[in-house]
Ligand binder design. Sequence first.
Ligand code: EPZ
Length: 417
Amino acid sequence: MEKFIIHGGRKLSGDIKVNGAKNSALKVLAASLLTDQEWKISNVPQIEDIFHLIELLKSLGVEVENGSKGIYQLKAKNIKATSLKLNIAQKLKGSILIIGPLLARCGETFFPQSGGCVIGQRPRDIFLSGFEAFGAKIKESKQGYCLTTRGLKGTKFVFPLVSVTATETMILTAILAKGKTVLKNAACEPEIVSLVDFLNKCGAKIKGAGTPFIEIEGVSFLKGGQHQVMPDRIEAGSFIILGAAANSPIKVTGLNPDHLDVLWFLLDKAGVDLEIGKDFVKVKPGFKLKAVNLKTHEYPGFPTDLQAPFTVLMTQAKGISLIHETIFEGRLFYTDSLNQMGANIILCDPHRAIVHGPSKLFGRRLISPDIRAGIALVIAALIAKGESVIENVIQIDRGYEKIEDRLSKIGAGIKRI
Ligand code: EPZ
């Protein structure tokens, strides 16, 4: 298993460019199943999750041409399979997105009981009630769910709680359904707005993306098109938080600062000096960190995917901060690793932790539990005194492309073995 060896405590400086967004690219690529025309998608991050999805699309019969770096040409002319394999569904939770398009195009599909993951149960109840609302028949077995339909019909569907991929999946299911669909309590993430902008360019009729109320008029087909994946706001936020934690002049380029307003607000309250440009954000060192409270919330609230990196920052801040993770029930257990490094964090319950800072962190042998806790441990190791070894880095590779090369370029002592 590959590991990172990290020598902490170095001053970092320089520019780091943001890649295309994993949580946007996955959805755009999955949506290609809706059309038999060619789609050309660029700025796709070259990360594990993308490679797994491309394999899955190919296994379903989608012709995929992987052009030069990060450009994919896809054509779902003859879909030859309609079931989602268990191993992929377990590795890639977002793969459930393909179920809507497969139902719409082939009238039948199967998705396995894929269980939870490190960060939580990841139930699929909202997806099932959504597919039923469109008129799909669902047969449940120990292995999973077989869905069939003689033709999807537009519906009114209210999400019982805000779910990002459930919102995206119901949008994809509605596009070719007969008649009008109204979605209420939909997620408002920028990745959804970007997906819908592209789908509308290809002939879909979707209004209200980015708000909790979305209306879709079913159409009979989608045209071909080209799309450049939007910048990854979570990668951008992770790098800015690294710069703040290392009190170093890091400049993150190629992002849309409007996608991270709550992060800028909290970093300002915590005393971090930032220069926020049109498509860059720069950390201006020399500030004193103050503890602030954090509560994760669906967009435009503070993203749960930045909770772990921000908690590392709070270990360096003076005072007490309450970290309230409202979205997932398994997303605070990495704090045990931070305590082993010298942090002073009390895990009150699966959703709340209290951080007393500042604490001096020391290098340790660590295991990366999931993508975002993984990058948080990298940040902690980079500001800790001494050497750290981080195992299970495949988890980090799922969300951050060539992370050790990019961090080394700004002075980080990190290498992969
Ligand atoms: C998406 O996951 C992202 N993944 C996650 O990023 C992100 O953390 C999450 O949204 C929240 O922003 C992708 O976009 C591929 P949810 P998703 O459905 O859609 C509950 C990363 O690290 N729920 O919005 O799966 C669920 O348990 C990943 O890049 C149900 O109860 O998250 C959670 O508590 C991690 N029933 C809450 O909704 C359902 O049927 C919100 O989860 C579906 C979800």
